[in-house]
Design a protein around this ligand. Sequence first.
Ligand code: NAD
Length: 354
Amino acid sequence: MKIAVLAGDGIGPEIVAQALKVLRALAKDGLKIELEEAPFGGAGFDAHGDPLPESTLKLAQQADAVLCGAVGGPQYDALPRPQRPEQGILRIRKELGLFANLRPAMLYPELVGVSSLKPEVVSGLDIMIIRELTGDIYFGEPRGRRDNARGEREGYDTMRYSEPEIRRIVEVGFQTALKRNKKLCSVDKENVLETSRLWREVANDVGTKYPQVALSHMYVDNAAMQLVRNPKQFDVIVTGNMFGDILSDEASMLTGSIGMLPSASLDANGKGLYEPIHGSAPDIAGKNVANPLATILSSAMMLRYTFNKDEWAYRVEAAVKSVLAQGYRTADIHEAGTQKVGTAEMGDAVVAEI
Ligand code: NAD
């Protein structure tokens, strides 16, 4: 199992180093993996003048899975758009055909006190948000800037989804719901948008193949409200790129810290890119305070979704639960009565449990 490792920028190298410790600990126990690192994001620009250098893309294409840290930093903010680190992410998703973004939002019982919501609203929370990743208004053409008929400047983007694009992501939603509590909520804005009307029609059509799954529909504005009002009503949510971008960040806060949440971005054959949902956190980079658990849990998702090694994924997840139960906390999830540890110490604690 060949894994391309793209640590990226900011806290990326620190947190990825912890996930690699964990994977190497599993390798000692017999997990057959091969790891190869390459520059990506700002680091790619520094090394080769491109956030997704040709050699990095080739490695990612040849690998079975990609493990990423995060990209970006203030030193790259003034670059022209194609050279910005974030373009590297958009391009690698497109190049690898990673259309399905899976973001679990799960609250560990030990962290109920650090959620922004009341314990009774969030305890036991376990949602999977599935966001379409390669279409929608982020990629639709035409887009641009122009002067309108009144001579005023205007900007415009195009929200666009084709039926096959909707069908394949909704299929992922149903397949995921089948493995969980068999409830799928499709989120759209059908009352206003043509794109959403097609989305809902296709979702209903795909739903006829999955009578075991209870399909519901919700407008995105209501979904944003329900996520903070009564988030436990959801099992699996499937939605488009922009709505998913916003809702998954909202859901992440319910679980206490952005530093806890992993993600998977999958192609049609299960190949995937795995990364924490947070960014490169330049404010805390290099200080050994970042939480590495989202990245470690991303490597567990990799074992489960690309390599079908459920039992190894479970070992990683159980080790994370165990270190939390023992009271180890990085600064972002620290509370009175728990033991504050740094990035590397948290990685060591997970390895010790494994
Ligand atoms: P961010 O997620 O990097 O940070 C937001 C806040 O969360 C910061 O206060 C940060 O310190 C904290 N935080 C993030 N990860 C943490 C962790 N593991 N442990 C503890 N605290 C953590 O978002 P931002 O500040 O808006 O963006 C910073 C840079 O990251 C920007 O250049 C942005 O473009 C980039 N970014 C990259 C990705 C990606 O690589 N996929 C995603 C989002 C943002």
